[in-house]
Write a protein that binds this ligand. Sequence first.
Ligand code: P6P
Length: 357
Amino acid sequence: MNTTDNSHLQFAREYALDRDCTTLSRHVLQQLQSFAPEAQDLSAIMNRIALAAKLIARRLSRAGLMEGALGFTGGINVQGESVKKMDTYANEVFISVFEQSGLVSRLASEEMEHPYYISENRPTGRYTLLYDPIDGSSNVDINLNVGSIFAIRQQVGTDANATAEDLLQDGHKQLAAGYVLYGPSTMLVYSIGKGVHAFNLDPSLGEFILSAENVRIPDHGPVYSVNEGNFWQWDEAIRDFIRYVHRHEGYSARYSGALVGDIHRILFQGGVFLYPGTLKQPQGKLRLLYESAPLAFLLEQAGGRASTGSQNLLDVLPDKLHSRTPLIIGSKDNVAMVESFIEERAREREEKMVGRS
Ligand code: P6P
């Protein structure tokens, strides 16, 4: 009889089984440590988001072999961007998974000029989902990583109006936020305000399984992620920062052209992502309500920071559904460094003005 102690093997088997049972919906309930209606709602909503992610991941994995899955639709969206067929598909997936759900009565998407009201979910639906169905869709046709970004807010009132003024609230009003990264594996990273947690899709189970709990971003990191092709369009302060990292050891440039992948790297390795204002887009390119604010919520929950350069990102009040803001986001020391260059240039401008008066 084998007399060696196999308890460690038994533990490993039990741990692996327990981990494989830590699905997303169970984790949300554990996070809220309650089975109150609100907890059940959030758990169910996260489960629907997971279903959308699985449907999109499946389509992405087959797109290269499917007629009509890749390329452009020929349409232009409210952002003035050419619409990819995958953008349209993913947008419709989110709508479909929330119809008949009874949970979400309004969807606000990068791909839709006005919010979409799910009539059968009203007035029971107490939540609004804000999302970018496929972020970085320029990467889809070249099989590079893309993502989905989402935020959940309370539904205020029931009047179905196109302007949706009640959505024009700061980022602190978000109940939950996160992203899906469609990469070598599909990952879902979320927070309901109790830390940041990462799940990997196990295709053999069709479930998102917990892979990293209470993720914390390093206070400082080597990565700076920015499209340096816009250098000619930036304020001097941003150029000062870029000149600094060009001339000092310890920094690496990483930029994929897809926000979710760039942010995911920084969340796990530390560093800073920037999309500053440019001459052509002084408010920057990224949209506040369904790109920057959800990511700011998430990174702050992981111990990081997010700023417009002059204001905490989560404090920004949007003036319209598709408002844009500059974004500086990542490790708190790296974000502070970028802000210090902005503050220095502001001081110099102030001194010159005083000098003139
Ligand atoms: P640029 C993709 O279109 C996106 O919205 C983000 O995913 C990405 O970070 C950014 O735009 C890239 O923009 O101007 O560098 O190509």
